[in-house]
Design a protein around this ligand. Structure first.
Ligand SMILES: Cc1cc2nc3c(=O)[nH]c(=O)nc-3n(C[C@H](O)[C@H](O)[C@H](O)COP(=O)(O)OP(=O)(O)OC[C@H]3O[C@@H](n4cnc5c(N)ncnc54)[C@H](O)[C@@H]3O)c2cc1C
Length: 260
């Protein structure tokens, strides 16, 4: 039983996983395809890249960051999510029979197209444009055109305790930085709702808290100048290597465009 399973390893799912992993929650990202951002030709409005960045490179770097923080990955489409509390036949639950109550504290089982079912205490759907796998749960989906969005509160919580939605699937504006920010925010809600001991995810100079007679709060870290320089060196090496050569990969075309 993992702490968190994130369905969708695109922009929002990866951002959520970075935060939940850094907070010490065992996080698995299950991804069944490619991010819609793979269709972008040049990502030019993501803060931090003054002349833009190749969108596929951005996704690669973000995946690497999630891995470095301890997130694990599995390939495959999630097809169904149900409470672990399967002692209750799903037909009875769906029929809303009196006295039938599901213990959501026991977590959820996720079925995938290939492989063994997965279990997690909490599930984040970051799976634009697909949320059919949530049908067995009454999370509150709304249809607009041929798309379904998942209704959430300000922390990305759905109507079902332990189930969250992040990014475009939660009806956030269709921009990468917004999906990333929302993923991070939903990751925070998951951390808050779990029993992780957490204040903020900050790395600060040595003495920032302790020289004021405060303990370093949970989730924060004080580092000395030598360590700061070592981390800076590693960060620059990673970026120099990643950006040294252009990527061969090209954007994915819209499926309805016929190139022949
Ligand atoms: C052509 C194009 C160009 C764009 N250009 C820009 C731009 O320049 N700037 C900008 O800010 N935004 C741009 N966007 C928008 C941006 O790509 C999206 O807003 C952003 O990627 C949404 O992030 P997300 O995490 O919600 O979805 P995604 O990044 O699409 O991630 C969703 C992930 O969930 C996976 N998934 C779906 N269903 C399942 C399932 N059942 N099981 C497992 N995994 C599943 C998908 O395979 C995918 O990897 C562009 C979009 C398009 C289409």
């Amino acid at each position: 039983m993992r702490d968190v399973c994130i369905v969708g390893g695109g922009v929002a799912g990866l951002a959520a996983s970075i935060f939940t992993s850094r907070a010490g929650l065992e996080t698995l990202v299950v991804d069944g395809g490619e991010s819609i951002l793979e269709r972008n030709a040049s990502l030019e409005n993501y803060p931090g890249f003054p002349n833009g960045i190749d969108a596929r490179r951005y996704l690669q770097l973000t995946r690497e960051q999630a891995r470095n923080e301890g997130s694990t990955f599995e390939l495959g489409r999630v097809t169904r999510v149900e409470p672990v509390d399967s002692a209750i036949p799903s037909e009875s639950r769906e029929a809303g029979e009196p006295g039938v109550e599901t213990d959501l504290e026991k977590g959820f089982v996720l079925e995938t197209e290939a492989g063994e079912p997965l279990e997690a205490r909490r599930v984040i759907a970051a799976s634009w444009p697909n949320s059919d796998f949530l049908e067995p749960l009454d999370v509150g989906r709304k249809q607009r055109g041929n798309k379904h969005f998942v209704s959430v509160d300000e922390g990305g919580r759905t109507a079902v305790d332990g189930v969250y939605a992040a990014g475009r699937i939660a009806d956030e504006p269709h921009q990468a930085i917004i999906a990333a920010g929302h993923g991070a925010k939903v990751g925070f809600a998951v951390i808050h709702d779990s029993d992780a001991n957490f204040y903020q995810d900050w790395v600060v100079p040595e003495g920032y808290f302790t020289d004021r007679g405060r303990e370093v709060p949970p989730g924060c870290e004080e580092i000395n100048d030598e360590e700061r320089r070592a981390r800076d060196e590693r960060a620059r090496e990673t970026m120099l290597e990643a950006l040294a050569e252009p990527l061969d990969e090209r954007p994915t075309m819209h499926p309805s465009v016929d190139r022949d």
